[in-house]
Write a protein that binds this ligand. Structure first.
Ligand code: NDP
Ligand code: GDR
Length: 370
């Protein structure tokens, strides 16, 4: 049985990757942070009682900023594969906590690589590093591939640039099987609520059900190459099964503006939106409402721009060229954007229907927007 160690196991990708590896027969170990409340929602369905003798899903406390803990865990677990997914992964938040982001995302990667080197596990352990399309930042070339120059535009992306190159350096210096997956944006029903897609799908569901009045967003013109996280975790595993350690772009090859994603999400609940105005004055109004269950009045304003969501430096356009992964590893995504939006909306409508019932029964529901 192969043994995997996943940092960031409580995150979106960590949860899907755990499911994927367990199905393949792996023993999965994961790093979780100590928090004052439980933070394991996304993997609770995989939880096994610690008193059970033979577990194949085991969580350990730890933090990417703590080398001693990472070295000890890697020594104890003796993983065949490490998936380094842990990161402070929010681009806008990285402008507010740049030093911490550099420590966790940049130096954290070094800590993993160096633990494997110190423990002399270079021959045994393969390492996947969660690199990102944010490395491309300011547009140098489209579509972006493994050879496109980097121009990071946030403390997050700069930290990930360090992580990218230290992974390449350890591969070359110490002959390690260490690889970067340069993944473009990937989303899902369990995407964090403050990333734009999930913020939109939650709001569309809430507005349809009368639980929210209006959605506030930042830059509606930004374009992203959005895929489904389920397709992308499969590729993480494929990268570590390849014959040689290399770096790989994973993307759908299509790009869509945020505004269009908004329209698609609202259309899933029968609401047609129209946009009027420009820049910070742009607003979204209900043009028609066809769904039998959701009756919203035409002309109502449901979307506005709030400049507080603008970033000091923005990444305007991402579109990836994954032909290397397509040709050499045979990877193609199963979900396209309409299927992704549908999956997310179905989930959020179900979730918000629960909130609707609770509110109708006189109970409070969580109402925090970021
Ligand atoms: P999430 O934000 O959903 O998950 C991040 C994970 O990292 C969580 O488990 C989080 O723990 C953990 N974490 C954060 N800081 C630390 C720390 N200091 N020590 C230990 N664990 C920590 O991210 P995703 O699942 O979406 O992404 C996974 C990785 O892939 C990240 O590195 C991200 O930067 C990268 N990436 C993501 C893309 C995407 O579109 N999703 C695209 C390209 C790259 P907790 O649950 O306690 O917060
Ligand atoms: P991104 O994802 O920065 O691409 O990083 P995010 O969903 O946060 O933003 C995408 C684009 O939408 C614009 N936008 C808004 N974004 C947020 N979060 N909230 C808003 O209200 C809003 N309005 C407009 C943003 O300006 C941006 O242009 C994600 C993360 O998962 C990273 O960890 C990962 O590396 C990259 O994707 C690839």
């Amino acid at each position: 049985m192969k043994v995997a160690f996943i940092t960031g196991i409580t995150g979106q990708d960590g949860a899907y990757l755990s499911e994927f590896l367990l199905k393949k027969g792996y023993i999965v170990h994961g790093l979780k942070r100590r928090t004052s409340l439980f933070n394991t929602d996304r993997v609770d369905h995989l939880y096994q009682d610690p008193h059970v003798e033979k577990r194949n899903f085991i969580l350990h406390y730890g933090d990417m900023t703590d080398s001693t803990n990472l070295i000890r865990l890697i020594q104890e677990i003796q993983p065949d594969e490490i998936y380094n997914l842990a990161a402070m992964s929010h681009v806008q938040v990285s402008f507010e906590i740049p030093e911490y982001t550099g420590n966790a995302d940049g130096l954290g990667t070094l800590r993993i690589l160096d633990a494997v080197r110190l423990l002399k596990m270079e021959k045994k352990t393969r390492i996947y590093q969660a690199s990102t399309s944010e490395l491309y930042g300011k547009v140098q070339e489209v579509p972006q591939s493994e050879t496109t120059p980097f121009y990071p535009r946030s403390p997050y992306a700069v930290a990930k640039l360090y992580a990218y190159w230290i992974t390449v350096n350890y591969r070359e210096a110490y002959n390690m099987f260490a690889c970067n997956g340069i993944l473009f944006n990937h989303e899902s029903p369990i995407r964090g609520e403050t990333f734009v897609t999930r913020k939109i799908t939650r709001a569309a569901a809430k507005i349809a059900l009368g639980l929210q009045d209006k959605l506030f967003l930042g830059n509606l013109d930004a374009r992203r190459d959005w895929g489904h996280a389920k397709d992308y975790v499969r590729m993480m595993w494929m990268i570590l099964q390849a014959e040689e350690p290399e770096d790989w772009v994973i993307a759908t090859g299509n790009t869509t503006p945020v505004r269009e994603f908004v329209k698609m999400a609202f259309a899933e609940v029968g609401i047609e939106l129209e946009f009027k105005g420009e820049g910070v004055k742009e607003k979204g109004y209900i043009k028609s409402c066809a769904h039998p269950d959701f009756q919203l009045e035409k002309g109502r304003e449901v979307l506005a721009v709030d400049p507080k969501y603008f970033r000091p430096t923005e990444v305007d356009l991402l579109i990836g060229d994954a032909s290397k992964a397509n040709n050499k590893l045979g990877w193609t995504p199963e979900f396209d954007l309409p299927a992704l939006v549908k999956d997310m909306m179905e989930n959020d409508v179900k979730l918000m229907q629960k909130d609707r019932h609770l509110q109708d029964g006189g109970y409070d529901t969580f109402n925090y927007y970021e």
